[in-house]
Design a protein around this ligand. Structure first.
Ligand code: ADP
Length: 281
């Protein structure tokens, strides 16, 4: 298993007492798998991502990456968040190269050898369509272009796992769709193990192998759905497909607290054989 979470839970203590953010959960992620997490605001999705990233210690439980305990942030993880996180004083190219220059990445692929680094950065900038803007600064880019640069930066260290927290949440609908298509293309090409937080059920179904549906805070897993649409068939067009809409309705019902019991037809049509619905209020 690439990533194994056992009993991972989180509560925060502050002036207003204890906030129970995330109920203890188990999750196993296979190498190359793309998992989306959907759920109401405040149910602990970002918290979970931060714990996996080693940015936040869990209150309970353990996270193992390739069998090794995650105890802090490391080069094995690529991060991408909703907010623009590029350094404004660095050009696009310098931003994308930045992770390779960090001391703790020196032992990673591409680090240390300037020619190799430059080639790697160029390859990624071309892949995300920003080569012509390599010397621009973040303020000179549109929101979509900034997120493409952030995506290139997240990938440049060749991470074992990519952690994405609503990376397209602040983009307009059309740019968001373009980013989804770009990510689909990247997934097909590189099969990077990815944990992806989104509010957008369409986006989750389009991109994922599995969708994990969370309850309200403190988040617990209501269901895990297998998404079985062929990777090659995935594009924005898929969102109009009957089976897609059916699966979307099932997820929305769970999110609204009205879980449907999957019928035999659902199971055949939607590949829900591994759905583990624990009910829901
Ligand atoms: P989501 O990503 O699902 O919207 P979050 O993981 O951001 O939810 O937050 C889950 C809960 O934990 C929320 O109630 C939030 O207010 C609380 N929380 C998140 N981070 C902190 C923190 N650093 N200190 C205290 N409470 C926090």
């Amino acid at each position: 298993m690439k990533l194994s979470l056992r009993g991972v839970g989180k509560s925060y203590s502050g002036r207003r007492g204890e906030t129970n953010a995330l109920s203890p959960l188990d999750m196993d992620v296979r190498a190359g798998e793309f998992i989306s997490m959907v759920g109401p605001s405040g149910c602990g999705k970002s918290t979970l991502l931060h714990i996996v990233a080693g940015l936040e210690p869990p209150s309970a439980g353990t996270v193992d990456l390739d069998g090794e305990r995650v105890r802090g942030p490391g080069a094995e993880l690529g991060l991408m968040f909703q907010q623009q996180t590029l350094f404004p004083w660095l050009s696009v190219r310098e931003n994308v190269r930045f992770p390779l220059t960090l001391a703790h990445r020196r032992s990673r692929v591409g680090a240390g050898d300037p020619d190799r680094q430059a080639a790697q950065v160029e390859g990624l900038l071309r892949l995300v369509g920003l080569w012509d803007f390599r010397d621009s600064y973040p303020a000179e880019l549109s929101g979509g272009m900034q997120q493409r640069a952030a995506l290139a930066r997240a990938l440049v260290g060749q991470p074992e796992v990519l952690l994405m927290d609503e990376p397209f949440g602040a983009l307009d609908a059309q740019t968001r769709e373009e980013m989804q298509e770009l990510l689909l293309h990247l997934i097909q090409r590189h099969r990077i193990t990815t944990l992806f937080v989104t509010h957008d059920v369409d986006e989750a179904l389009l991109l994922s192998d599995r969708v994990v549906v969370f309850s309200e805070r403190p988040g617990r897993v209501l269901a895990t759905l297998d998404v079985t649409f062929a990777r090659a068939a995935r594009s924005s067009e898929l969102k109009l497909d009957e089976a897609f809409l059916h699966q979307k309705r099932a997820i929305l019902a769970l999110l609204r607290g009205r879980p449907r019991t999957a019928t035999q037809r659902d199971r055949l049509l939607l590949g829900l054989t591994n759905t583990r619905s624990e009910g829901g209020s």
